[in-house]
Design a binder for this molecule. Structure first.
Ligand SMILES: [Zn+2]
Length: 72
């Protein structure tokens, strides 16, 4: 079960990865294929060439329920 701070409405891919136990590679490819989350590009995501994923609190729950856990 995922526990989140009440009131938090947006989650970075790093937070979602940590909360759900899904690694970043799988989280990104899953989000892309399911059109869940928002890919933030360019200046706001200077640390990642391809951009960073952001998820709302409800999307975090969708990831938690629907995204298969990593097996590696
Ligand atoms: Zn993985």
């Amino acid at each position: 079960m995922v526990t989140i701070r009440s009131g938090q409405k947006q989650f970075t891919e790093d937070e979602v990865s940590r909360l759900t136990g899904i690694c970043l590679d799988h989280l990104r490819s899953w989000a892309q294929s399911k059109h869940v989350g928002s890919l933030i590009r360019a200046a706001e995501a200077a640390s990642a060439e391809a951009g960073k994923w952001l998820f709302s609190d409800s999307e975090l729950m969708i990831v938690n329920v629907l995204c298969p856990r990593c097996e590696h």
